[in-house]
Design a protein around this ligand. Structure first.
Ligand code: SF4
Ligand code: SF4
Length: 380
């Protein structure tokens, strides 16, 4: 049985107690960290946003985990490769704005600014046989994923497994989006990556999560929990149930279950039961997920319908400040800044929503085609 703990947490002022309890419920930190272990903490710092935007793992959660790991004798390094380029100056700015620098003050935690990485062969991978991985993750004896409870425009949900995408250096992430432009293949790659990295456990910041068009431009949503588990798929399953997703809604989950990496019926929920405190009105991204589920089509028709009905990015000219971040981060380079403002070439768009994720002004909307909206209305 995989154990997943869920502990109520009313505010970040109570983060330390909630994190400690969530770990005690799954066996205590000593079960995972031995004195002298090099421990890499991987928060979700997808973009340079202040902690109260609920985009990144809150510094109080990080601070609590650093203290608990250091009290157990672990040597902490905080490691992240956010969206966009991967360099020391950007990492320092990211740590500062996201509150990580303050969280580490008074501790011995090292904030990684070394941008070395290495290719790691992974012959057993179903979708990818090799991953470039950042050095602090390779150097660690123990890896702890610290995700934020969020929706995600491409994958539906961003949790413990998706958070590991940030162990891939900078622009390699865009390359993977480009190569694996179908959601199914991309999610299968995320499951491979989790198997390759072999994280020890995850502690989720679900105090303030994000709903709607996450992971960066959705709406803040209070969920009031901290969750922990050694099997990241089981933890993600519990978090998905909490926000009202089924196993079949989230491809990283269905893929991991099909590979036998976890069994939804073999999870012991300790603390709160996510099913009992489910947030049924948690808003999902405006992508095609709901529609495809309602249609229940055979796989062959599915991909055709995805193409016809998939939501697409659209630039909101009123909010856009023409910074060019979206064009630089677009994997197939189909955003043209020639006229000063971004213009998307729809034919080449692979609907990865990196532009929406990385736009600092929330100026990329997600539009559902009329037919999509109409069918959802009719089928509901
Ligand atoms: S990233 Fe956002 S603000 Fe910047 S050019 Fe693109 S749409 Fe405009
Ligand atoms: S335009 Fe946006 S959604 Fe389309 S491929 Fe580029 S980054 Fe991805």
């Amino acid at each position: 049985m995989d154990k997943v703990s869920t502990v109520k947490c009313k505010s970040y002022e109570d983060a330390y107690e909630a994190v400690k309890k969530s770990l005690e419920l799954i066996g205590g930190i000593e079960k995972f960290v031995k004195p002298g272990d090099r421990v890499a903490l991987k928060p979700n710092l997808v973009s340079k946003r202040a902690p109260d935007a609920a985009v990144t793992t809150h510094p109080e959660i990080l601070k609590a985990v650093i203290k608990i790991v250091e009290d157990a004798g672990g040597k902490v390094t905080v490691a992240e490769s956010p969206g966009g380029p991967y360099n020391s100056a950007l990492l320092k700015g990211l740590y500062s704005v996201c509150g990580v620098t303050d969280a580490a003050e008074g501790t011995n935690a090292v904030l990684n600014c070394d941008t070395a990485f290495r290719d790691v062969p992974f012959p057993e991978g179903k979708t990818l046989k090799k991953f470039p991985i950042i050095q602090p993750i390779l150097d660690a004896d123990v890896i702890i994923s610290l995700p934020k409870l969020k929706t995600h425009s491409m994958t539906g949900y961003s949790g413990a497994v998706k958070n590991l995408f940030g162990v891939i250096p900078g622009t390699y992430k865009a390359e993977l989006h480009f190569r694996l432009d179908e959601r199914e293949a991309f999610c299968s790659m995320l499951v491979d990556l989790c198997e390759c990295v072999k994280p020890t456990l995850a502690v989720m910041d679900g105090v303030w999560g994000m709903e709607g068009n996450g992971p960066t431009n959705g709406e803040k949503r209070f969920a009031g929990v901290v969750m922990a588990g050694a099997n990241l798929h089981a933890l993600d399953y519990a978090a998905c149930r909490l926000i009202g997703y089924d196993l079949s809604d989230i491809e990283t989950l269905s893929d991991a279950a099909a590979r036998g990496l976890f069994d939804p019926d073999e999870i012991e929920f300790v603390g709160e039961d996510p099913e009992r405190i489910m947030l049924r009105d948690y808003v999902k991204p405006e992508s095609h997920f709901n529609l495809l589920k309602l249609l229940s089509l055979p796989p062959a028709l599915n991909s055709l319908m995805v193409k016809m009905l998939a939501s697409r990015p659209e630039i909101n000219a009123k909010k856009c400040v023409a910074c060019g971040v979206c064009a630089r981060s677009c994997p197939p380079k189909v955003i043209d800044m020639g006229t000063g403002k971004p213009v998307i070439d729809r034919k080449g768009c692979i609907k990865c929503f990196c532009c929406q994720e990385l736009c600092p002004k929330g100026a990329v909307d997600i539009k559902r085609p009329l037919l999509n909206r109409f069918m959802i209305k009719v089928l509901k």
